[in-house]
Design a protein around this ligand. Structure first.
Ligand code: 3HC
Length: 674
């Protein structure tokens, strides 16, 4: 079947694209649309054209898989200009998501009709590029500079109703009658002249618009090249002729697409989708039915985990041991929902609907009606084994039993049941209702359908799930460990907490290792004996410098939790340096990178070597979505490729690390991880 078919409906020529799964504008589609426009031009009996798509969506953008390959004619910029130049009116009939190049095709059409559920967006920025088919030119002309800046630099789609308010959508169609409504609309406007040609429209901007926008979004855009390039393109061209503007747009597009940031962001786009695929589990495996979820523990984690399911419309039974803890937990959940509603992100009906799906109880046996039960109590193997032993007795046959442990051995937990095939880890990241990452830990005996069910469910609750094997800390926390060890050692050798954190923040991380320790709690995992002092951290804990919650940790904090370097911490560090006789030297920023970030790559390589991650890109996904690794660096393994594995191995050797065999082999062969 060809990618675009044409059909006559009276005077109207209907062009229908069909390129599953998302109607990306690949070469065959572009050629089909070009042929359709030519056909209309060459046939005097055609009075107007409708462009529509089969399947679940209007064009979701250029075909990203074609990037970096020789471009087949017509290119998208040429095609959109050709559509706009048509002497017969062209109507875009939009359902699903008109994204990127798809939105640009719609913008080039003379009219747009959309179903209420349709969405419009320019997500190119999320791929580190800019709209390269006239989007930076037509959107400001159609909807104004502010709307264009917002959509093009942030990449989030807007609903059809909002698009109509902005003047992007001319007519709303019935949800189930788009094609008929579009044909009728085309009939109505077939004779209207002059045609509305967006590229010829004039647009103005208020003085100071661009700088105000930059300032308001400085934090959000920190480190990213694409948003600033987009602002510059729009700023320098909005009042210039279209032909000049598209030239500047093309220049910006080419610059960005050749850069490392775009390569990294495109890598993550595909990595995220690949992560859901499990090498030895067939795509069509029969999944288990999950109608009700049980959560054990109504603390911060248990509550956050529950909210994911409630928001997705899945009922949750949450179990606690004492009424007070249960009430506190459900109270926090309600407060979280209500504060989201206050920000206008959900309605108060949605709050009630979600909370209405929650069954809080002290009765452990109530879990017997659940199809998936997630244990979220504190990290203690004996406690967890006891819980799983009890679950084994009451859970219904075929129920999936999951632990939210962040370090412990899932195989050992599974062995405390008579059904280890039903057991796996679901490691959520805090705050669990916000963070996108879910590490799904596959035990030695976890059944394939159990794994596949949880991976599919994770998509429903809008998580990005990555499969990890059983090892201490799984993928993410395991890689955090060598970083922490080295950061501590660097303190001993002459660095300060602020210097190390600064290097990490400049690298693009949301915070450095010591800022993170202060946020999470310096006392996490501490032995709790103030007289047993074996490290800088023990000393901090003994002095109750437990981090932000105590107003003191590696930093001092004011009442607004603003940090400042702590003279007392420097004293403690000095004492330890002297006590251990650690030789001192000037620690450079470069050394901090080599000794805290390269060992993470080394640990990632070990994880791959041991088969604890399926692929290097999964590790990248874990670090992007679980720890805020800057997406424009593509995750630690992708970043390592850009640095050069040889460079990394040489530095690791120089600093005396034991280098993973896989990493060394790849470096020697000149190979990459991704
Ligand atoms: N090009 C090529 N493949 C694409 C694609 C695209 N633009 N968009 C999605 N795909 C592929 C995915 O890789 C995936 O492939 P797989 O099944 O082999 O893993 C498949 O289509 C389905 O995608 P999703 O799993 O993401 O499906 P969802 O239903 O969850 O989401 C979507 C659909 C909202 C359209 C989402 O796929 C999406 O956001 N796509 C990207 C949109 C985008 O970035 N467009 C801009 C492209 S750049 C551009 O247009 C440049 C222009 O300005 C010149």
């Amino acid at each position: 079947m060809s990618a675009v078919t044409t059909e006559r409906k009276g005077d109207i020529l209907v062009l229908t694209a069909n390129n599953p799964p998302v109607n990306a504008l690949g070469a065959a589609v572009r050629q089909g649309l070009e042929a359709g426009i030519r056909e209309a031009a060459g046939d005097a009996s055609v009075k107007a054209v409708v462009i529509r798509c089969e399947g679940k969506t209007f064009f979701a953008g250029a075909d990203i898989t074609e990037f970096g390959k020789p471009m087949q004619e017509p290119s998208l910029p040429v095609l959109v200009d050709m559509i706009e130049a048509s002497e017969k009116p062209v109507v875009a009939a939009i359902h699903g998501t008109a994204l990127g190049g798809g939105f640009e095709v719609a913008l080039a059409c003379h009219y747009r009709i959309a179903v209420p559920s349709a969405k419009f967006g320019l997500p190119e920025v999320k791929l580190g590029i800019l709209p390269g088919a006239g989007g930076t030119q037509r959107l400001p002309r159609l909807a104004g500079v502010e709307v264009a800046l917002e959509l093009a630099t942030k990449g989030s789609p807007i609903p059809a109703k909002q698009a109509a308010e902005y003047g992007i959508v001319d007519r709303m169609a019935g949800e189930d009658s788009l094609t008929e409504d579009a044909i009728a609309f085309a009939g109505e406007i077939a004779g209207a002249r002059p045609l509305p040609v967006t590229s010829e429209k004039k647009v103005e901007a208020q003085p100071g618009t661009f700088d105000a926008f930059r300032k308001a979004n400085a934090r959000k855009f920190r480190g990213f090249e694409a948003p600033e390039e987009i602002i510059q393109v729009i700023e320098s061209t909005y009042d210039k002729p279209y032909a000049e503007g598209v030239q500047r747009e093309r220049q910006g597009f080419m610059k960005l697409i050749m850069g490392n940031q775009s390569a990294a962001q495109r890598h993550i786009f595909f990595a995220e989708r690949k992560a859901s695929k499990i090498d030895d589990v067939p795509d069509d495996i029969q999944l288990r039915d999950i109608r009700r979820v049980g959560v054990i523990g109504a603390g911060t984690m248990g509550g956050g985990i529950s909210m994911n399911f409630l928001s997705a419309g899945i009922p949750v039974t949450i179990v606690e041991m004492a009424q007070e803890a249960l009430d506190r937990g459900t109270g926090v959940m309600r407060k979280n929902y209500e504060s989201t509603a206050k920000k206008g992100r959900i309605t108060s009906e949605q709050v009630e609907k979600a909370m209405g799906l929650l069954n809080p109880t002290l009765d452990f046996d109530a879990l017997s009606e659940c199809d998936l039960i997630i244990e979220a109590v504190y990290e203690n193997m004996d406690v967890k084994k006891d819980i799983f032993g009890r679950l084994d007795k009451i859970a219904k046959p075929g129920a999936i039993l999951a632990s939210n442990t962040s370090y412990l051995d899932i195989n050992e937990i599974a062995a405390s049941t008579s059904r280890p095939e039903d057991v796996l880890g679901m490691h959520f990241f805090s705050p669990a209702n916000v963070m996108k990452l879910l590490e799904v830990v596959r035990g030695d005996k976890t059944a394939k359908d159990v794994l596949a069910t949880v991976m599919a469910l994770s998509k429903k609750i809008r998580k990005v799930a990555v499969v990890a094997g059983v090892c201490h800390g799984f993928i993410g926390n395991r890689m955090l460990m060598p970083r922490q060890v080295e950061a501590n050692q660097l303190l001993m050798e002459g660095a300060t907490p602020s210097q190390i954190d600064k290097v990490h923040v400049e690298f693009g991380m949301p915070m450095g290792p010591f800022q993170m320790a202060d946020l999470a709690g310096v006392d996490i995992g501490w032995h709790r004996d103030p007289n047993r002092i074996e490290s800088i951290r023990d000393q901090l804990c003994a002095e109750e410098r437990w981090g932000q919650k105590k107003g003191a940790g590696f930093y001092d904090y004011d009442e607004k939790r603003n940090p400042s370097p702590s003279p007392r911490v420097m004293e403690i560090i000095e004492e330890w340096r002297a006590k251990t006789g650690t030789p001192q030297h000037d620690v450079t920023d470069e050394e901090i990178v080599e000794r805290t970030l390269y060992p993470m790559v080394n640990e990632g390589a070990l994880i791959l070597e041991e088969g604890k991650a399926q692929r290097a890109s999964d590790i990248d996904v874990v670090w992007i979505y679980g720890y805020g690794w800057p997406v424009y660096r593509g995750g630690p393994m992708f970043w390592a490729d850009t640095v050069g594995l040889k460079t990394i191995v040489e530095a690791l050797d120089k600093h005396g690390f034991t280098v993973s065999k896989l990493l060394r082999d790849k470096a020697e062969k000149g190979e990459k991880f991704n």
